[in-house]
Design a protein around this ligand. Structure first.
Ligand code: CA
Length: 220
């Protein structure tokens, strides 16, 4: 899962990047609203954490333009503006959630998980295709009788596949969902991660569709 962080405060931004990466997200960080809009055009991200008080273009303007262009990306506003009228405005402009600074990082991560699973059409906290289950809060996966803990990147890859069972993901799509801009991607990184997941969960956990990519079956 790849997150766009829009935050102009260097200390808050740095702390959020560390916390998100620790929680197995790839993070790209931009510092103003104008750059955020340019980046959002590329559709590389699965969710946005959006500050409101930003240089160049206020966060609410960013949100308004994103929704006006038909962008459906989940947006969580993360701001010091705590008035009820601000919350109402943010949510009515199309934000999925609204969190007031200062906040507990565990709450932000839980809200992010909730927003991402709703976006994927899942109500349950446990992601499953009927045979594989994944707990985004603990990175624990199960397949048949096997239960194991995935590495951050393995989790990220399996999470991407499980959000859309039955959909084939290309190498590029998988790379884009698990690596940020500043991370070097080895040419065989995806193969390496798939191999690691299959070793833990069994060869049948992930299907390779020759010449096209990888998928998990839709069993339900
Ligand atoms: Ca700010």
């Amino acid at each position: 899962m790849r997150i766009l962080l829009v935050e102009d405060d260097p200390m808050i931004g740095e702390a959020l990047c560390v916390a998100l990466r620790d929680a197995a997200y790839a993070v790209d960080w931009v510092h103003d609203g104008k750059t955020a809009l340019l980046v959002l055009d590329n559709q590389e991200h699965q969710a946005v954490l959006l500050d409101l008080g930003l240089p160049c273009c206020d966060g609410l303007e960013v949100l308004k333009k994103l929704r006006a262009n038909g962008g459906t990306l989940p947006v969580i506003i993360v701001t010091a503006r705590d008035a009820t009228s601000d919350r109402v405005k943010g949510l009515d402009l199309g934000a999925d959630d609204y969190l007031v600074k200062p906040f507990d990082i565990d709450e932000l991560l839980a809200r992010l998980r909730a927003t991402l699973r709703r976006q994927g059409g899942h109500a349950s906290a446990l992601l499953s295709n009927g045979s594989i289950s994944l707990n985004p809060a603990t990175r624990e996966a199960s397949h048949g009788d096997v239960v194991c803990l995935l590495s951050a990147r393995e989790f990220s890859l399996l999470h991407t596949l499980l959000l859309r069972p039955g959909t084939i993901f290309t190498r590029t799509q998988l790379e884009e969902s698990i690596y940020g801009w500043n991370e070097e991607v080895e040419s065989n990184a995806v193969d390496f991660l798939i191999h690691g997941i299959r070793k833990k969960l069994g060869v049948g956990a992930i299907r390779n569709v020759r010449g096209a990519g990888w998928m998990v079956a839709r069993n339900t």
